[in-house]
Design a protein around this ligand. Structure first.
Ligand SMILES: C[S@@+](CC[C@H](N)C(=O)[O-])C[C@H]1O[C@@H](n2cnc3c(N)ncnc32)[C@H](O)[C@@H]1O
Length: 206
């Protein structure tokens, strides 16, 4: 389990979003592009952390293995349980939306996680994956500075193609994809992947 940095620097992690409001709101905007067209009533976040991506979308339930991160999430009113993504404490076909944001690089068995998420989603249920693309400018920078980073020294980054492959192998169809871009200081969200830093993908349980 890769939770040491979150157990130690949970407060610092949550504060990052206050200190980087521009980047945070751009990532929220990318996820919103997908979520605004989806109706859901049983939303859940896998690797919910302190709830920074659940709260803005009205998702009130989640799991995470870091007790310290969960303490902050609880203080924000979220209903959370300590568990790992590889073994979700959920019944088959019990949810219609799962968010999995910036956590894929910390799980031990990503393919197992996709299969587990597929198990707990309804048919046509949506999985939203948000992550930093290993094959992007930011991904390359994170990779280069990994050993000096408080959080990312234990991370294992993936490219967009690798994430799509995990989803396809787990019987998901690929939906819409958006990426955040920053051309000459002008922030935006555009369709697709390949040039942006933070990528958001929608997968649909077939
Ligand atoms: C970068 S944080 C993301 C938290 C939240 N999703 C967000 O975007 O703010 C990564 C989270 O993954 C959690 N994590 C690590 N290993 C995990 C696993 N096997 N299953 C689920 N979550 C895990 C960590 O405890 C941490 O809270």
């Amino acid at each position: 389990m890769k939770i040491e940095p979150f157990e130690e620097y949970y407060h610092y992690y949550d504060l990052w979003f206050e200190e980087h409001k521009d980047l945070y709101s751009l990532e929220i905007k990318a996820i919103k592009r997908i979520l605004q067209n989806i109706k859901f009533s049983r939303g859940f976040e896998v690797g919910i952390g302190t709830g920074r991506f659940s709260l803005p979308f009205g998702i009130k339930y989640g799991i995470d293995p870091s007790i310290k991160m969960l303490k902050i999430a609880k203080k924000k009113g979220l209903n959370v349980v300590r568990a790992i993504a590889e073994e979700l404490p959920l019944k088959d076909n019990s949810l219609d939306l799962i968010m999995f944001v910036t956590t894929i690089c910390f799980v031990d068995k990503p393919l197992k996680v996709f299969k587990e998420i597929n198990r707990v989603l309804d048919k046509n249920g949506r999985l939203i994956v948000g992550f930093v693309d290993k094959d992007s400018e930011l991904g390359r920078l994170y990779e280069k500075k990994r050993s000096n980073s408080k959080f990312y020294y234990i991370a294992n980054f993936f490219t967009s193609d690798e994430v799509i492959e995990f989803a396809k192998e787990s019987f998901f169809n690929v939906g819409r994809i958006y990426q955040t871009i920053n051309p000459e200081g002008f922030d935006d969200v555009i369709e697709g992947y390949g040039i942006g830093s933070f990528v958001t993908m929608e997968f649909i349980k077939s």
